[in-house]
Design a protein around this ligand. Structure first.
Ligand code: DGI
Ligand code: FE
Ligand code: FE
Length: 190
C-alpha cells in the first residue's frame, strides 16, 4: 500500500485542481483522526480519504464515457444530478484502474456523497471526514466537528439533516440512499 501511495498522490496532483487536491489531503488526515478515535485501520482510512474525490474534476463527457465503459447504469435522480457522479465513478475507477478491491474502501467511496442505510465504520469515517475536513467553513461546521468526536451516529444524523435541509432549500431531488440513511438512523440510533 505504501509503495502505491506516492503514485496515487501523483495521479491526484495531475488530475485534480489545487483546491480539490488539498481537500483530498485534508479528508485523508481527518479520516485518520476519526479512525484513531473510533478504532479503525488508519492506513485504510487514509487511503480512502485520499482517493474519495478522485473523479471529481473529470468533465461530464468523460464521466459519461466511463459509465459506458464500466457498464454503470444510473437511476433517474443520479442521471439528473451530476454532483452524484464522482462517487459512483470513483469507486469503480479505483477498482478498474488501480486494482483496489478492498470492499470497505470501494463502498465507502461509492457512498461518500449520499450516505446509505446501515453504513460501515469506514463509510461513516469518510462521510464525516468529508463533511468536517479542515477546508470546510460553512456555518455550523464547528458543531458538526464536535459531534463527530462525540458519537459517530449522532454526527452522521446531524449531517443528513443538514444535507436534506440544504437540498430542500434549493428544490433539489433527494436521492433514495440519502433518505434511507436518514431513516435508518432515526430508527436505529442508540
Ligand atoms: O465532493 P465534495 O464536494 O467534497 O462533497 P460530496 O461528495 O459530499 O458532494 C456534495 C454535493 O453532493 C453537494 O452539492 C450536495 C450533493 N448531494 C449530496 N446528496 C445529495 C446531493 N444532491 C442531490 N441532488 N441529492 C442528494 O441526495
Ligand atoms: Fe465527493
Ligand atoms: Fe470530498
Amino acid at each position: 500500500m505504501k509503495n502505491n501511495l506516492n503514485a496515487y498522490i501523483e495521479y491526484l496532483q495531475n488530475n485534480l485542481d489545487k483546491k480539490r487536491f488539498k481537500h483530498s489531503l485534508n479528508v485523508a488526515e481527518e479520516s485518520v483522526k476519526l479512525a484513531e478515535k473510533y478504532g479503525y485501520n488508519k492506513d485504510k482510512a487514509y487511503l480512502c480519504g485520499l482517493l474519495h474525490d478522485i473523479c471529481k474534476n473529470e468533465s461530464k463527457e468523460n464521466m459519461l464515457q466511463m459509465f459506458k465503459e464500466f457498464g454503470i447504469i444510473l437511476d433517474d435522480i443520479q442521471k439528473s444530478q451530476y454532483k452524484l457522479w464522482h462517487a459512483i465513478l470513483g469507486a469503480k475507477f479505483i477498482t478498474e484502474k488501480f486494482g483496489i478491491d478492498d470492499v470497505e474502501i470501494v463502498e465507502a467511496i461509492r457512498y461518500h456523497t449520499t450516505g446509505r442505510a446501515n453504513m460501515t465504520k469506514l463509510d461513516k469515517i469518510l462521510y464525516l471526514a468529508d463533511f468536517i475536513s479542515a477546508d470546510r467553513d460553512f456555518e455550523g461546521v464547528e458543531k458538526l466537528r464536535e459531534f463527530a468526536y462525540f458519537n459517530l451516529d449522532v454526527a452522521i444524523l446531524e449531517c443528513f439533516k443538514f444535507s436534506i435541509n440544504e437540498l430542500c432549500s434549493m428544490n433539489k431531488p433527494i436521492h433514495i440512499d440519502t433518505l434511507e440513511g436518514y431513516n435508518f438512523l432515526i430508527f436505529n440510533r442508540k
